[in-house]
Design a protein around this ligand. Structure first.
Ligand code: SF4
Length: 328
């Protein structure tokens, strides 16, 4: 992944100290978040975390992926927080505003050290990443899975080469991410894929959705969550600039589709209808976290049939899908 390595090498890394590691959130499927870095050299153009940059008076554009803040005391602070008698062991989302396995993690190992703290003070965790480096920490993920609920959400919005290269210039190849899914699943870690976001006009074509879902199923993912891209604040500004530059024909249509921060309800319903048909066809579901009582044995995965039949649009197909979802 030469472009990803070049981007990571070209970035500036600024070491900072943090006062807290656990960050309280509301209205999410988890009560706390963990993000050992700020900014992300993966540089996905749709990344919703771009807009958070402005809180630090940093730019949501190139600065998001080229200036990375490294919280060097992150794991030590986390360990102290988890050891407090007041800690109630609520669910944690790990990697919600940055990728905990972006390339610099190979040097700082903050994510690994944070996982070590979680193994010593088990709390339910859902970890989100696009980084195949996650397999480096297989030993800790297996151990954490024995002690509490631990789910890895690998983000693979599409396996389409062109869309991947355009949208996620600093990430590993989608199939490399799916091979990591296979490795984790074979080791008994609860792992699924987030096909998020579905990007209108670039990853939303039914044939691309089908290839992606089939690949996800073939690599042993337990679930396949998905959502249509939403655009807000600095993320919208950056994404529309990117689209106007790289896909000028598509830009006005996407602009019309997003009157607010979400694509129109009709469009989202159509996409989710197609996704649901495909999931059923390939034996996946969209659910995410599976609860397991502390101490219960980790799941021993059953190998998935590799040779599954192709999806036939047939009579199940919603009429809008024939022309492409929502005309995009
Ligand atoms: S990998 Fe995740 S955090 Fe990093 S740029 Fe992409 S979407 Fe944002």
């Amino acid at each position: 992944m030469p472009d990803a390595i070049r981007r990571a090498d070209d970035a500036q890394y600024q070491e900072v100290t943090c006062r807290s590691a656990l960050n309280r959130v509301e209205g999410m499927p988890f009560a706390w978040t963990l993000n050992p870095y700020r900014g992300c050299t993966h540089g996905c153009h749709y990344c919703f975390a771009r807009r958070y940059q402005t809180y630090l008076e940093l730019g949501p554009g190139d600065e998001f992926s080229s200036l990375i803040l490294v919280k060097v005391n992150f794991a030590d602070v986390l360990r102290r927080e988890l050891a407090r008698p007041t800690w109630r062991g609520e669910r944690i989302g790990f990697g919600t505003a940055t990728d905990p396995y972006q390339p610099i993690e190979g040097h700082y190992r903050l994510t690994r050290r944070a996982l070590e703290a979680l193994v010593d003070h088990p709390s339910p965790v859902g970890l989100i990443t696009k980084g195949p480096m996650v397999v480096r920490d297989l030993d800790l993920l297996v151990e954490l899975s024995r002690r509490t609920t631990c789910t890895v959400h690998m983000s693979v919005p599409t396996v389409d080469e062109e869309a991947w290269q355009a949208l996620e210039p600093g990430t590993a190849h989608p199939l490399q991410r799916l091979r990591a899914v296979r490795t984790l699943a074979d080791a008994g870690v609860d792992v699924g894929v987030l096909m998020a976001p579905v990007v209108p006009g670039l990853t939303s074509q039914p044939a691309k959705l089908e290839r992606t879902i089939k690949a996800i199923a073939d690599h042993g993912a337990r679930f396949c969550g998905a959502s249509v891209m939403h655009l807000e604040g600095g993320t919208r500004d950056h994404f529309m600039r990117f689209l106007s530059r790289e896909f000028p024909d598509l830009a006005p249509r996407v602009d019309r589709l997003y009157a607010g921060k979400y694509a129109s309800r009709q469009y989202r319903d159509q996409v989710h209808g197609v996704l649901e048909l495909l999931r059923r066809r390939y034996g996946l579901h969209g659910g995410q976290t599976r609860s397991r009582p502390p101490g219960a044995a980790a799941r021993i995965p059953v190998p998935r049939e590799e040779n599954q039949g192709r999806f036939s649009w047939g009579l199940e197909r919603p009429s809008a899908v024939a022309q492409g979802v929502g005309g995009l």
